[in-house]
Design a protein around this ligand. Structure first.
Ligand code: NAD
Length: 475
């Protein structure tokens, strides 16, 4: 049984009941899984009013109580991971093991925030006069709104929920209409964990209409968005016009630098597997591969061998290593990247053409021989396409890696401590992985620089975007 789709407003699940709906489609088959209700204006107003009312008590709640609810969410998430995971595979397409893995990792996010919310400390500042006491309080910012995407529908929503709720804020969240089951399941987790009505509200609808209405509302004090750079900039401009704080987790075009002294086979296999994870629909996916000339051929051979061995299919099939793309439009985007690459002299070594059938399948694709100005080298593909290009001079590789406005993740493979340190210092990125993939853990900060965003989720930084600073001086 697929998830019973609903909104969640003021502690109650709200189904279509005559509202406009939109079909949710299985990307592996094109089959309609269910109908998602869209929020009316009245629904949005009710969600905002509920969040505002709930904030008055939630902001004064004990961190111990907030912590207990977040721990319960983690426990329930683990116990329901099979069912929630199956539904994510049905409406998003990723292999079942990846869906279940996403939920298990997210249970840790809930636990981390349960621990850290007990450590939201202020500070005492030494006064200039002995009769003065002066201190800094960190208070929840207020009602937050969040917009989360479809590639990690559970992960990206829970990160915003546990940060807002753990900080003592309340939240209205719009999830991804194309892959909504994970967000409905999250509402059920918080509901069953005992979160008071109004602290978390879930709405659905036309993204631009909902975000416009919610961000402009005087009730709302903070916006958090994960998604594309163009939409992020639009929403940040709107938030700025209304003086709302923001956390922006946007796109990337992550460079992978493989140096002559790397463990070549390990680098090739690690990067190839990372590339096809979630069919490349990952903001931190390695997506520009710069390989030093002396090892270029060996790296390319191993990388291509690994990519060619990937089995593509329905995510519910145990043998599947890569599922479909999440939408039909993403297949068109991949095809356009390939056409542009060919027009720039690129050679398609494997893949390159959409797969026949009813689902939205595009094969893992490797392209070589591209100039730096080809679209695949300058624009985030957000799909299973990998361009391999050689470099000779390390400084040139860093310059090319830093030449784009993106600054999310980056990858370096080298056995030299000197090169690793040089690259870690020189790369303009929010995250640098050296010789492995080690980011997105609950205890480590996740976020970008440049056009890739502002703010961090996870780590001890996680509550910063949800708290305001109040200075008190007393005599
Ligand atoms: P898109 O730009 O149409 O949408 C991206 C996301 O933003 C979707 O979840 C969408 O529902 C939402 N959105 C769009 N307009 C909105 C608005 N006005 N208000 C609120 N939300 C809005 O692109 P797409 O085809 O859905 O996705 C592909 C692109 O999105 C990729 O190029 C990638 O950069 C980006 N993306 C990034 C992440 C991430 O984790 N940073 C996740 C998903 C998508």
């Amino acid at each position: 049984m697929y998830e019973k789709l609903a909104m969640y407003i003021d502690g109650a699940f709200v189904e279509a009941e005559g509202r406009k709906t939109e079909p949710v489609v299985n990307p592996a088959s094109g089959e309609v899984l269910g109908q998602l209700p869209h929020a009316s204006r009245e629904d949005l107003d009710r969600a905002l009013a509920a969040a505002q009312r709930a904030f008055e008590t939630w902001k004064k709640s004990s961190p111990l109580d907030r912590s207990a609810i977040l721990r319960k969410v983690a426990e329930l998430a683990r116990s329901r991971a099979q069912d929630i995971g199956r539904n994510i595979t049905l409406d998003q397409g990723k292999p079942l093991a990846e869906s279940i893995g996403e939920i298990m990792a997210c249970a840790e996010h809930a636990e981390w925030h349960a621990e850290e919310c007990r450590r939201i400390y202020g500070r005492v500042i030494p006064p200039r006069r002995p009769d003065v006491r002066q201190f800094v309080l960190r208070e929840p910012v207020g009602v937050c709104v969040a917009f989360t995407p479809w590639n990690f529908p559970f992960n990206q929503a829970i990160r915003k929920m546990v940060a807002a709720i753990g900080a003592g804020c309340t939240l209205v969240l719009k999830g991804p209409e194309s892959s909504p089951s994970a967000v409905v399941a999250l509402a059920r987790l918080f509901h069953d964990a005992g979160l008071p009505p109004g602290c978390l509200n879930i709405v659905w609808g036309v993204p631009a209409e909902i975000s416009d209405y919610l961000i402009k509302s005087p009730i709302v004090r903070k916006v958090s968005f994960t998604g594309s750079i163009p939409v992020g900039k639009q929403l940040a401009a709107l938030a700025g016009a209304h003086m709302k704080r923001g956390t922006w987790e946007l796109g990337g075009h992550s460079p992978a630098l493989v140096f002559d002294d790397a463990d070549v086979d390990q680098a090739a296999v690690t990067l190839a597997r990372l590339k096809i994870r979630n069919a490349g629909q990952v903001c931190v996916s390695p997506s520009r591969f710069y390989v030093q000339s002396r090892i270029y051929d060996r790296f390319a051979a191993k990388f291509i061998e690994t990519i060619k061995a990937i089995s593509v299919g329905n995510g519910l099939d145990k043998a599947t290593q890569m599922g479909p793309l999440a939408h039909a439009r993403r297949v068109d985007v991949m095809q356009a990247f390939v056409e542009d690459a060919v027009s720039h002299g690129g050679e398609i070594v494997t893949g390159g053409t959409r797969l026949k059938g009813s689902g939205f399948f595009f094969p893992p694709t490797v392209i070589t021989g591209l100039p730096d100005h080809a679209k695949l080298m300058t624009d985030e593909p957000f799909g299973p396409i990998a361009p391999l290009v050689p470099f000779t001079d390390p400084e040139d590789a860093i310059r090319r890696a830093n030449s784009l406005p993106y600054g999310l993740s980056s990858y370096v493979f080298t056995e030299s401590l000197k090169t690793a340190t040089y690259a870690a210092n020189a790369l303009e990125a929010g995250m640098v992985n050296i010789n492995h993939f080690g980011i997105a853990l609950s205890e480590t900060p996740f976020g970008g620089v440049k056009d890739s965003g502002i703010g961090s989720e996870g780590g001890t930084e996680t509550f910063d975007g949800y708290l305001v600073t109040k200075f008190v001086t007393q005599v």
